[in-house]
Design a protein around this ligand. Sequence first.
Ligand SMILES: Cc1ncc(COP(=O)(O)O)c(C=O)c1O
Length: 377
Amino acid sequence: MKDIQMVDLKSQYQKIKPAVDKAINEVIESAQFINGPEVKAFQSEMEAYLVVKHVIPCANGTDALQIALMALGLKPGDEVITTSFTFIATVEVIALLGLKPIFVDVDKDTFCIDTSKIEEAITNKTKAIVPVHLYGQAANMEEILSVAKKHNIAVVEDNAQAIGSDYHCADGNQKAGTLGDVGCTSFFPSKNLGCYGDGGAIFTNNDELAAKMRMIVNHGQSKRYYHDMVGVNSRLDSIQAAVLRIKLRELDNYINARRKVADYYDNFFAQFDGIKTPVRGSQSRHVFHQYTLTLEGIDRDALNQFLAEKGIPSMIYYPVPAHKQKMFSAFGSAETHLPVTDWLGERVLSLPIHTEMEEEQLAHICNGVADFMKVNA
Ligand SMILES: Cc1ncc(COP(=O)(O)O)c(C=O)c1O
């Protein structure tokens, strides 16, 4: 049996190696490393896949979020509602721009923002909501958009973990990340659509915001050496775009492979009281960036250790919620009452899930958990 990893990028690469090697070599031969034809082609292919008017490639998912918030023209002190149960980047960019993160608790089943608690967090300083489509399924966007519309607040979707997920709207499916004013994603290598370095993108159907964000990613430049606003330097390089073009063609297959792994786990773990498998919300198709268990009455650290001894990695995403991170102590956010976030933070455990998992590996992981349950039940 191959070693079990949280994500197996080496095996995935072997399957697309000829195409990837050829594409990378062509970029090198062309010497068009920055903003070359590969980036433009990837941009249009991504627009077609997402059915969105504008895709703006950038350097990483963190930049994507920052650029989106910059384009909204928020002022220092403005409040941005988001969740604490996320990767730090979501909240970090809010603070970096002098904005105030306002944390709303998450839903115990979907790990996404609890939409019933958004309205009570809104003040006259609230300017944006940043829902995070955590672990691979979208937050309840219809409710978020309806509250946002009522209060005239922008919505920036953090779609770093749910690229390719279909959101089921009343009038048909739409891709997650294309429902709000702006959607952001990351092409970090381990993401469902990952490149071979850093990368990210911003999506919008709003022409005005798109024009602004295209300027911001390029030093606020309207034409060469004319800078109309303060921007950043955030580019997706041509080699990454070339890799992404190949992997975008595989994305739906990759998602199906992940969903099969999730089905296998779901079936196996159904027998154990205390192991709650991921709840697939009705609002979106789960693309299983992570397969995250919620453990009730089970010693998570002991399970993590037990599995590690059998060569089975497992991870806690994320061990410290954002509101309890030292970096936000100045906001006094550690005092924020987020009971579900805190509760989940002590109970979640993510198991290996990726596109190349073999049945033998899955059986070994499941048996590892079963052995632990036998000893510790
Ligand atoms: C939810 C979430 N937001 C933002 C990011 C930031 O993306 P990047 O690492 O590409 O900057 C990530 C990726 O790690 C993420 O998982």
